[in-house]
Design a protein around this ligand. Structure first.
Ligand code: ARG
Length: 570
């Protein structure tokens, strides 16, 4: 499809010495008010280069652009050049292309041959998968989908928190107070209660700490009895996590978590020693980072055991050597900013020049509105409960609203879980936000149900139009019927979709896609409100059905990138 920005820049580049085509493209604006054109070019910056007053420059530029027939009208207003694209030509081009590409509309190959690792979710074994984890899981999954759609060779890693001294405590507690049936029935809950019990008892009897440490040492040495229990805890926990992943439709290519690197760390401790970076501090080994405004990185404790950060150093190098990534993305809460700054700096100091291809993608906190969820245990809110509740409430709404669907349960699942996912991806990821059911499940607000409902509405129009008209629309249509203000606005948003996906990838920001499909849904509903679609005139009907097909396709592809389903009926 033609790029209008590129077309404008091609005309301007020879006239403006000293500005690259890319720079010119980035200067082109898309005015919010359509009276100012589809595209506008401000000439202020050119005054210095061209040694002329901006309004004069605008006038002469307008003349050049007028030569290109893709523009129906070009005006110079003060220092601005306002360009109006030929609506009919535009309609033909955009709608044809979207219909032709279908599910692939917006897909690109800019990432071809480049490996991108997206690490996300990464819960801790034997700890609940709570509402905070949903952020990493859902944002990471969407970032993975966006990179995949852009043609990158992607890999999804779930870096499980499955190692560390706490496993010594857990095994110790299980042996003393645990029982097998409970772990099988409710793994996370039971293991968590053993862990809590351990801490209570250790207050009274400090020798338990020594016992736990000894057990962890045995685990590290690979003693079969400890390894077997640890493996079992891990397997049972993973079963429970997988239930949630299944609800969300999420899978991973690797579950190599912290334990995977347990035997890979001595190499880095040595490398750090040899490079003179490692300093002894009270028996512990640290790397000083104050030169870089960071606190020291603790590499090994005084008892010789390694830490979370040591495992991240080992993991990054392993990934580079095994997968030769172009980018290694970590979707992890902003509370860990410092941790990532520290270890990425250590990798850089070790001389790995790819250190800055490791990208920490942080996100803010989520809190629950008072009374949003009752808690099963303590103050932790389990993600599974939230998802189940969303599905239940959606089912109620579907029944009340008498929603058009053959399979109430399936639709309730797609819409309810989709609503939670969409809500997660609606704001800039770095912002903290408060979870509220009213905002999540509202069918009228800027929500998942609203966008899905709009998609279903488009599907329903297409069903009513019938197969024949739809087939005709694919063959060709007279674009003069879809040049109204609201049709044009809808089309422009559809046209921008591929650029929006690239932007979302560059910024690691799925909310860019979320917002854009809300805009498309709103523009579609305005078009639907302003115009009769299934009119008697066959040619007009065919053109409008073509536009509805394009809108449906853009919304569906966008929802897919967020990790959501697009039900055809609701
Ligand atoms: N398991 C950690 C947690 O729940 C997150 C792991 C993040 N990934 C990493 N490579 N450090 O806090």
């Amino acid at each position: 499809m033609i790029s209008y920005r590129e077309r404008i820049a091609d005309i301007l580049a020879p006239q403006i010495e000293g500005l690259e085509k890319e720079e010119i493209m980035s200067m082109i604006e898309t005015p919010a008010d359509s009276k100012m054109g589809d595209y506008a070019f401000p000439c202020f910056k050119l005054a210095k280069i061209l040694r002329k007053a901006p309004p004069m420059i605008a006038k002469s530029i307008a003349e050049d652009i007028r030569e290109d027939s893709v523009f129906e009208r070009v005006e110079s207003v003060n220092a601005y050049v306002n360009m109006f694209i030929s609506k009919e030509e535009f309609a033909k081009e955009v709608v044809d292309e979207v219909i032709e590409k279908g599910d692939d509309y917006g897909r690109s190959d800019i990432g071809a041959g480049k490996k991108v690792i997206v690490e996300y979710s990464s819960p801790n074994i034997a700890k609940p998968f709570h509402i905070g984890h949903i952020r990493s899981t859902v944002i990471g999954n969407s970032i993975y989908k966006i990179y995949d759609f852009l043609g990158y060779d992607t890999m999804r890693i779930n870096h499980l928190g499955d190692y560390g001294t706490q496993f010594g405590k857990m095994i110790c507690a299980y042996r003393r107070w645990g029982n097998k049936e409970d772990v099988i029935k409710e793994p996370i809950k039971s293991l968590l209660s053993y862990y809590t019990k351990f801490h209570e008892e250790a207050e009274k009897d400090p020798s338990l700490e020594d016992e736990a440490r000894a057990i962890f040492t045995r685990l590290e040495k690979g003693e079969p009895e400890e390894v077997e229990l640890w493996q079992w805890f891990r397997d049972e926990s993973l079963k429970e996590f997988n239930r949630v992943y299944e609800m969300l439709g999420i899978t991973f290519d690797s579950y190599n978590g912290e334990s995977f690197y347990s035997d890979k760390m001595p190499r880095f401790v040595n490398e750090l020693k040899e490079s003179g970076l490692l300093i002894e501090d009270d028996g512990a080994q640290i790397v000083k980072l104050d030169e870089y405004g960071l606190p020291p990185a603790l590499i090994t404790k005084s008892d010789g055991s390694t830490l979370y950060i040591t495992r991240d150093i080992a993991a990054a190098v392993y990934r580079k050597e095994t997968y030769d990534f172009y980018k290694n993305i970590y979707v992890v809460a902003s509370q860990q900013n410092l941790h990532f700054q520290q270890w990425i700096k250590v990798i850089e100091l070790l001389g790995y020049e790819w250190a800055n291809d490791c990208v920490h993608v942080p996100f803010g906190l989520v809190s629950m509105e008072e009374g949003t969820m009752s808690t099963r245990q303590g103050r932790v809110i389990f993600l599974e409960d939230v998802l189940n509740r969303a599905v239940e409430q959606t089912k109620k709404i579907i029944v009340e609203k008498n929603v058009n669907t053959e399979n109430i349960d399936e639709t309730a699942r797609e819409v309810g879980i989709g609503a939670v996912v969409f809500n997660e991806l609606s704001n800039y990821r770095i912002k903290d936000y408060v979870f509220s059911w009213d905002k999540v499940l509202n069918f009228e607000g800027e929500t998942g149900p609203y966008v899905q409902y709009t998609h279903a509405r488009a599907c329903s129009i297409l069903r009513n139009a019938g197969e024949e008209i739809q087939a005709n629309a694919k063959e060709g249509f007279d674009a003069k019927y879809i040049t109204s203000e609201s049709a044009h606005r809808l089309m422009k948003l559809i046209y921008e979709m591929p650029e929006v996906i690239v932007e979302a990838g560059e910024k690691y920001e799925p909310s860019v896609v979320t917002r854009h499909i809300v805009d498309i849904a709103q523009a579609f509903n305005k078009f639907y409100h302003d115009e009769h679609i299934l009119v008697d005139n066959e040619d007009e009907k065919t053109a409008k059905v073509a536009l509805v097909t394009a809108a449906k396709t853009a919304i569906k592809n966008g929802l897919g990138l967020l990790g959501m389903k697009a039900p055809e009926k609701m």
